[in-house]
Design a protein around this ligand. Structure first.
Ligand SMILES: Nc1nc2c(c(=O)[nH]1)N[C@H]1C(S)=C(S)[C@@H](COP(=O)(O)O)O[C@H]1N2
Ligand SMILES: [Mo]
Length: 202
């Protein structure tokens, strides 16, 4: 409502349309949010496995993963703790490429991503297919920093960032949904920032 106070303070700044409800622009900052001690994983020992409800369970080493077609994401990321970061750039491989090789069976409807540390997060299969999810090892043209999941993390930028498992080593396809670490601890099962799906019941 317009009034003397509003007139005194001047017009409110327009809200950036890239900002989902309840989020703020963190600017250049990239906060670190980690539940477990940060693991040290050398690229030589890292691998990623796609298993579960697939016809061809497959594991890629660091070198093998780097020989897959490179895929980049340029855009925004959103954390449930209310920070958003605009214009990030990541590179790695599309999850579509991994699934093409592993060939999900018709019963596969969900995915659980598992980190080397044991952290897990669950996603509907449709949220990691169709060019919406990546396994990434580059940030801003350099190696992904270890505190941000280096050498390799999952990136699912259209959902809250807890779905983007750091230090990811396994994607397991499932017939039924299986809540991950935060999802068992009260976070929303899907986590769409545009619908503000922060906690169970949102
Ligand atoms: N292995 C692992 N992955 C994780 C987390 C974690 O605690 N452990 N935190 C999640 C949460 S809640 C967020 S917001 C993002 C934070 O990523 P960042 O530290 O790179 O900002 O990682 C997600 N992936
Ligand atoms: Mo988070």
């Amino acid at each position: 409502m317009a009034g003397p106070t509003r007139g005194f303070l001047g017009r409110r700044r327009e809200r950036d349309p890239r900002l989902p409800p309840g989020q703020y622009d963190a600017g250049r900052d990239w906060p670190v949010l980690t539940a477990e001690p940060t693991p040290r994983i050398s690229p030589e020992t890292w691998s990623i496995t796609v298993d579960g409800r697939v016809e061809n369970p497959t594991t890629w080493t660091w070198d093998e993963a780097h020989r897959l077609p490179r895929s980049e994401y340029r855009g925004d990321i959103h954390c449930v703790t209310t920070w958003s970061k605009f214009d990030t750039s990541f590179a790695g491989v599309s999850v579509d490429t991994l699934l093409e090789a592993a060939r999900p069976t018709p019963e596969a409807h969900f995915v659980v991503a598992t980190s080397k540390t044991g952290y897990t997060t669950n996603l509907p299969l449709e949220d990691v297919t169709g060019g919406k999810a990546w396994v990434v090892w580059e940030y801003d043209g350099g190696p992904l920093p270890i505190e941000h999941g280096g050498p390799v993390r999952l990136l699912v930028p259209h959902l809250y960032f807890w779905k983007s498992a750091k230090w990811v080593t396994r994607l397991t396809l499932l017939q039924r949904d299986q809540p991950g670490f935060w999802e068992q601890n009260g976070y929303h099962d899907r986590g769409d920032p545009w619908r503000e799906q922060r906690y169970q019941g949102d």
